[in-house]
Design a protein around this ligand. Structure first.
Ligand code: KDG
Length: 311
């Protein structure tokens, strides 16, 4: 078994240095919220695995090579000879504005099925990480996500659902109809403030959504506030953490880093304040460097930012 298993679509992200309409070089990178989390956790020395489907061509090999190079176990990834890699064009429109174009409909990753995930779940994991992206990709990927959540929860794993609402994949109403029941299988739910009402009634406020999740058996609800830090709710009450102050150069991947830090803290047996502290520390590394995951720390680098105080 592993410490953390994550399931989803790894993408080839083609990054531009400027506006896409004028062309220029595009550079391929590994992207995907779930693979970002697996790398964040692996860099801190935990055993992390990624499961999903990739294309059987060079682009799929590129994704696997990047994950392996980061120490992520890809032994249960399925290679699909019939479908292409999912692509994401990440356009740097201005210094602080990026935009995304997806070409992932019909991709290998979106064809994920329950059967694809059986071996990875059977091998066992302490933590299962899922996002609200995977169930938006196809009916079979939604079924696979729901199956994985239920199976892992029954086997005693800690299930973490990180909402990651993507408006280019589905409407808020469609997302709410799937994510609200899915969250009931999770022990840890992570959302940004503006994603909370996808986990309860339309328009519900933060206290109402949180109370509903805790009533349904979720033990920890994490609300990400970007540069303002984060709040955690449990049945014992609420804990808040400030962000670690850094100069932000690229916010893509910060939420994934936050989740990786939190789950690493869980694996290390830290208390809630310590888990939150590691979460905001990894978020700070992500925003202070370029790329989705490239700037994430090894364990011996955590202390570089850990002592910083805000304010
Ligand atoms: O989470 C940061 C990006 O890697 C992520 O947005 C890409 O998984 C991705 C998606 O589906 O948008």
């Amino acid at each position: 078994g592993v410490d953390l298993l994550t399931v989803g679509e790894a993408l080839v992200s083609l990054r531009s240095a400027g506006p896409l309409t004028v062309g220029g070089p595009l550079t391929p990178y590994l992207a995907g919220a779930e693979s970002n989390v697996s790398i964040g956790v692996a860099r801190l020395g935990h055993r992390a695995a990624f499961a999903g489907r990739v294309s059987a061509d060079e682009l799929g090999l590129f994704l696997l090579r990047q994950l392996r190079a980061e120490g992520v176990d890809v032994g249960h990834v399925v290679r699909d000879p019939d479908r292409p890699a999912g692509l994401m064009f990440l356009e740097r429109r201005t210094a602080d504005l990026t935009r995304v174009i997806y070409q992932r409909a019909g991709s290998a990753g979106s064809a994920l099925t329950v059967d694809d995930l059986r071996p990875a779940l059977a091998a066992g994991t302490h933590v299962l990480h899922l996002t609200g992206i995977t169930p938006a990709l196809s009916d079979s990927a939604r079924a696979a996500t729901e199956w994985a959540a239920g199976t892992a929860a029954r086997s005693g794993a800690l299930v973490c659902l990180d909402v990651n609402y993507r408006s280019r994949l589905w409407s808020r109403d469609a997302a709410r109809a799937v994510l609200t029941p899915l969250a009931g299988h999770a022990a840890v739910v992570v959302a940004s403030h503006d994603e909370l009402d996808l986990l309860g009634d339309h328009g519900a406020d933060e206290p109402t959504v949180v109370a509903g999740l805790l009533d349904r058996g979720v033990s920890t609800v994490l609300v990400k506030l970007g540069g303002d830090g984060a709040r955690a709710y449990t049945r014992e009450g609420r804990v808040e953490t400030a962000a670690v102050p850094v100069t932000a150069v690229d916010t893509v991947g910060a939420g994934d880093a936050f989740t990786a830090g939190y789950l690493s803290g869980h694996l290390d047996g830290l208390d809630l304040a310590g888990r939150l502290r590691r979460a905001v520390t990894l978020g700070a590394f992500a925003v202070a460097g370029h790329g989705d995951w490239e700037a994430l720390p090894r364990r011996d680098e955590l202390a570089l930012l850990d002592g910083r105080q805000s304010g």
